[in-house]
Design a protein around this ligand. Sequence first.
Ligand SMILES: NC(=O)c1ccc[n+]([C@@H]2O[C@H](COP(=O)([O-])OP(=O)(O)OC[C@H]3O[C@@H](n4cnc5c(N)ncnc54)[C@H](O)[C@@H]3O)[C@@H](O)[C@H]2O)c1
Length: 444
Amino acid sequence: MRIAVVGVGHVGLVTAACMADLGHEVVGMDDDAAKIASLRVGSVPFYEPGLPELLRAGVDAGLVRFTDETADAVPGAQVVFICVGTPRREDGSPNLSYVQAAAASVATHATGPVVVAEKSTVPVRTGERIRQALRLEAQARGDDLGHEVVSNPEFLKEGTAVADTLRPDRVVVGADSAGAHAAMRALYEPLLERHPCPYVATDVRTAELIKHASNAFLATKISFINAVARICELAGADVHTVADAMGHDARIGRAFLNAGLGYGGSCFPKDVEAFVHIAAELGYDFGLLRETDRINREAKQWPLGQLRRLLWNVADKQIAVLGVAFKPGTDDVRDAPALDVIDAVIADGARVRLHDPVALDGVRDRYPDAVFCDKAEDALRDAHAVVVCTEWDEYRAIAPQRLAELLVYPVVVDARAVWDHDALVAAGLTVATVGRPTDAAAQS
Ligand SMILES: NC(=O)c1ccc[n+]([C@@H]2O[C@H](COP(=O)([O-])OP(=O)(O)OC[C@H]3O[C@@H](n4cnc5c(N)ncnc54)[C@H](O)[C@@H]3O)[C@@H](O)[C@H]2O)c1
């Protein structure tokens, strides 16, 4: 099929590459001309394993090309994916102006009926708003081509986005007409042949809600275990063993029960807030999610509290921060919990020494006085304490003895539990591991 993808960021670019891999003919469009220029010379503007290779294959096969003009992308397309950002506004509500602009420009430039597929994460009932935007544009043009609007929420995870898209747990399509359902089914048929998986065909509103409910549930699981971590620290218990044992229960599952620094990234924080906001607009107070958000904000403050406890005064100390990406496998620093940690440590008067295997470029402007280190050992050397903010595998490989040798003071705040707590203590380090007893709790 002929498809257009409007907005070729983390979601749109992966969608474009994967749709071409399935044999569809794809035009990726973005209004960021610099991004399009770099894509045209084969450079992928963010780190996503497997994506550059898949894109190159699509381009070489003549199935993918890029443009910064809607007029070049939309005419002739049967399905247009809207993959633009939906950032949060000050009050927590999602900013849907990019979605509206994208939808309107599709209607302006379409030469025949298209299926407009929302892939951006949007509040329930956005489909109706898009339909309205298309209608207004049709009135302005003086002809109604009969576009359809469907919801096709995206569940990919940055870091494994290609595999998640080509081998999804499920595909969700919400449409309000048989024709739109048939078009989307035809689009996904090559994927389902390769990788049979549940295909949830529903109405637009239900599909929109599935996405917010899924992200809010996962975020709540993370906040739940972080609340249990606080109790474990106070009670003298080990949250990681609690999580393992809970996870053996098939009704619960182990995923998303890693106590740590809380959730971050471009999705969970904004989607939780958006869901609270939408629920309130509809007349429901989603108190559970307000608490999920509060616990998450508290989790990000945990490292500073530990540094103050273990160092006394944080001012004038050098603090090594290992990891700035919001999770391993990505260079995305949007809403990364590490930023809250670094901000707090700097506000307390400390100097930070930063390391991340791929994400440092995303924070260079934000922290002009930080020391940027190419190697983790360079960040640790001469630091008075280390805080682990992202659980990259390479940090797990650093031996406790080596930490003791490199640090000025042997203080470790392991907010992602990458190291074996007991091994660190045995190596003579002073340690705070998330979800493990503090010294006082351990001794009581
Ligand atoms: N990143 C993820 O892991 C993920 C996963 C699932 C869903 N989502 C959702 O997908 C949406 C996109 O997220 P993302 O991470 O890809 O964002 P992104 O910021 O990486 O990409 C958005 C792109 O849209 C472009 N854009 C904005 N307005 C445009 C317009 N009018 N015309 C053309 N291009 C336009 C921007 O230039 C940018 O390149 C969001 O709603 C997000 O919540 C993201």
